[in-house]
Design a protein around this ligand. Structure first.
Ligand code: 13P
Ligand code: SF4
Length: 320
C-alpha cells in the first residue's frame, strides 16, 4: 500500500510536468480508475474515452485500457503524444479480425455497408464505413437499416446478433468474440438467479445470446452503470468484466453487486470475468511510460489514419 502511494505521488508529479492526462476504461484496476479521478482525467466507456481524449487540452494522453483505445485516441488527436502503460495490451476481437482477411470479406460483399466495432485495429477501421461502440451500435444500425442499407458487421458476433435481433437489420457477421464475455454461462446464471430472485441481471452484449436473453438490462459499460443506479432493485448480478464493480459501488453504494458465473461451477476459464489485457495496466507501467515514451508511444500510419478518421467521425458526429 505504501509502495502504491509512492507510485501515485510520482505519477501525479509527472502528469503535471508533462501536461498529461490519464484516460482509463472501467475495466482497469480500481487503483487506476481512482488515480484518473484524482487527477482530472477520465474513467469511461470506449465512446466517452474517445471523445474525452479528443477534446481535453493536454500535450500527452496516457490511455489505460487496450491497444485499440490508444490507436483511436491517436487517430483523433494526431498532435498529442499518446502513451499506453503497455503496447502489449490487445483484445481478442482485434486479434480475431486481421485487416487483410477482413478486407477480403468486405470485397466479396461490395453491396454492404461495413460497420465495425471500435475493438479493432486502425487498419480495420480504415476499411470500414462506420465505427461503432456498444453505447451507440443499436442506434447507428437502426439508422442504416431505415435507409435500406444491408450491413456487413464485424468482429463481435454476439453483439452483432443482439443488434440484429433488436433491429431486424440485414447483417452479415464476422465471427469474432471477446474471451471475457464469451465465458459467461446461461445455465449457471439461471441457478444463481433462482437463488437470488430479487436481483436484476445486467449483461454486456458481448456475452452469448443465451446469457443476453436472461438480462433485465443489456448495454455498454456506461449503460450498465446507469442501470445499476436507476433501477429499483437493491441487488444485481453483473455479466461483464469485474473492473466495473468499482464504479457501480461508488455510484450506488447502498446496492449489492454479484459476479455472474463463468465457466460452469467455478471450473477453469480463460479469463474469469477480468480481461487479461486490461489487467496489464499497472501503476509501475504508467510511471514508466511517463518517464520514457519509448516502447509506450502509439503511432498510426498517416494513410490509415486519414481513412479511419472518416469512419470514426461518422460515429462521433452521429452521437453528438
Ligand atoms: P464499452 O465500454 O464501450 O461498453 O466497451 C466494452 C469493451 O469491451 C471494452 O473492451
Ligand atoms: Fe477485448 Fe473483451 Fe478485453 Fe474488452 S474485455 S478488451 S472486448 S478481450
Amino acid at each position: 500500500e505504501e509502495e502504491k502511494a509512492d507510485y501515485k505521488a510520482r505519477i501525479k508529479e509527472l502528469l503535471k510536468a508533462r501536461n498529461a492526462t490519464l484516460v482509463a476504461h472501467y475495466y482497469t484496476d480500481p487503483e487506476i480508475q481512482a488515480l484518473a479521478e484524482e487527477t482530472n482525467g477520465c474513467v469511461a466507456d470506449s465512446l466517452e474515452m474517445a471523445r474525452f481524449g479528443r477534446d481535453v487540452e493536454a500535450d500527452t494522453l496516457i490511455v489505460a485500457g487496450v491497444r485499440f483505445m490508444g490507436e483511436t485516441a491517436k487517430i483523433l488527436s494526431p498532435n498529442k503524444t499518446v502513451l499506453m502503460p503497455t503496447l502489449e495490451a490487445t483484445c481478442s476481437l482485434d486479434i480475431g479480425c486481421p485487416a487483410d482477411e477482413f478486407s477480403e470479406f468486405c470485397d466479396q460483399h461490395p453491396d454492404r455497408t461495413v460497420v465495425v466495432y471500435a475493438n479493432t485495429s486502425a487498419a480495420v477501421k480504415a476499411r470500414a464505413d462506420w465505427v461503432v461502440t456498444s453505447s451507440i451500435a443499436l442506434e447507428i444500425v437502426e439508422h442504416l437499416d431505415s435507409q435500406g442499407k444491408k450491413i456487413l458487421w464485424g468482429p463481435d458476433r454476439h453483439l452483432g446478433n443482439y443488434i440484429q435481433k433488436q433491429t431486424g437489420a440485414d447483417m452479415l457477421m464476422w465471427q469474432g468474440a471477446c474471451i471475457v464475455h464469451d465465458e459467461f454461462k446461461a445455465k449457471a446464471l439461471g441457478q444463481l438467479k433462482q437463488m437470488n430472485p430479487d436481483a436484476a441481471v445486467l449483461v454486456h452484449p458481448e456475452s452469448p445470446s443465451t446469457v443476453v436473453d436472461m438480462a433485465d438490462a443489456v448495454g455498454s459499460t456506461s449503460q450498465l452503470i446507469k442501470a445499476a443506479q436507476t433501477m429499483d432493485n437493491k441487488r444485481f448480478i453483473v455479466a461483464t468484466d469485474k473492473g466495473i464493480f468499482y464504479k457501480m459501488q461508488q455510484l450506488a453504494p447502498e446496492k449489492e453487486f454479484i459476479e455472474a458465473p463463468t465457466g460452469g461451477n467455478g471450473a477453469t476459464c480463460r479469463s474469469c470475468a477480468h480481461c487479461p489485457w486490461m489487467a496489464m495496466n499497472g501503476l509501475q507501467a504508467i510511471e514508466q511510460s511517463l518517464v520514457d515514451n519509448s516502447g509506450h508511444e502509439i503511432f498510426v500510419d498517416d494513410e490509415l489514419r486519414d481513412k479511419a478518421l472518416v469512419s470514426l467521425n461518422r460515429m462521433l458526429d452521429f452521437s453528438a
